[in-house]
Design a protein around this ligand. Sequence first.
Ligand SMILES: [Zn+2]
Length: 458
Amino acid sequence: MNLSSFARAILCLFISVGQAVAQPPDNFRDASSEQLFFNARIITGDGAVIEQGSVLVRGDTILAVGSTSSIDTSQHAIRHDLSGKTIIPALVNTHAHLGWEAYGDWGSQFFTAENLADHLFRHAFYGVGTIISTGSDKEELAALVKLEQLKGNIGGARYHLSPGMGTPGGGPNPRFTDDPDYWGVHPVADPEQAVRTVKELAANGYGIAKIWVDSRDERRGAQVKLAPEIYTAVLETASSYDMRIIAHATTLADHKSLVNLGNRRFIHMPYDREVDDEYLEMIRENNVYIVPTLGMITKREPYYIPAFQDPFFYDQVPASVLESLNDNYNPPPADQSAAAEQRSAMLARNLAKLKDHIILGTDAGAVGDFFGYADHVELELFVRMGMSPAEAIVASTSRSAEAFGLNSVGSLKAGKAADFMILDANPLDDIRNTRQIIDVYLRGKRVDREALKQQWSQ
Ligand SMILES: [Zn+2]
């Protein structure tokens, strides 16, 4: 794509994504103005809770967080009395696939600047402030959208890119690779190519990349699993360029091998067997982070509710889309066999044992889950499988940010980005209260959720 067609795309985007969204809200006047959010319960994201607390924001940055009485404000600060409300950091989602989804439709034909921006706004609407798109972005276009966002021309969740590496013909699930216009992963057929590829990605400014360690043999015929000597080369080279690698791996044996060879982040937890003490010790010693993507593996559980039956999703979706989601819904029935129950119990035990390592990721945009909405479903699943609400919030905010060195987001502290949600109920009482969103602020600016909802539900 050349720059002039990109400029046209951006122009379209401003017309269609809505001027109400592009313009600052009334209560935000200039970058130096201060806003005080006071008398709220503040869940800081790193485990602390301040009752009757305040957050003081200047421009896009938090100046101070503390008890309301301890905060010094200028007389000119805009004041928001939040008695009875709760503030939590905006969520940090480390695993989704932006650009491909158009609700019911899906494919590379939708990968446009406009659709990418829409996906950033859909995350923002639901209080997700940061999103890492993992291994499926059309990199040239995605990088331009990211650049426009850094310049302040596109709002929504902060967009991070994570190019993918895999064996030739390998990579993501067949839905991607069956698409005739799939642009492919960066092939790494041997250690030399792995070293070259990581260096190239680093030279292009990428600080995060993904590898697939998955053969998917039966479904697409003898795809060769990324070999340990190749991922060793990836991991070693990446570490010397301060690049963070996240590995897609689903078996306990692959997890152990990857940790042994230097991997510290996983998409998917071991699904094939119960985790053992050896693994638990390895991940503790090496401070390993794991995205369990529970939403993806619980669709046949009896408690599963499709998004189009949940007002938290369907209230902001066009009626025509809902109709088609409804019409096309043809799931396998809930599996309540003894084997399925045993497997569910095993996965819940794994999640509970891994809970201090868990971070947020939804895989939304790849498997039929919806941006932003799926994040709240995932939080609920964290708690259903054994985390406390407080632990689920830490996992989805500060720990997710820490896993990728995203130091400005994920917690509410002086010097951090002013990215947070204001809730009407306390999520520590019931994790589903993260859905009681009154407002979302990103970069110190109120996200105009009403305007977005209007635009989407027309
Ligand atoms: Zn994925």
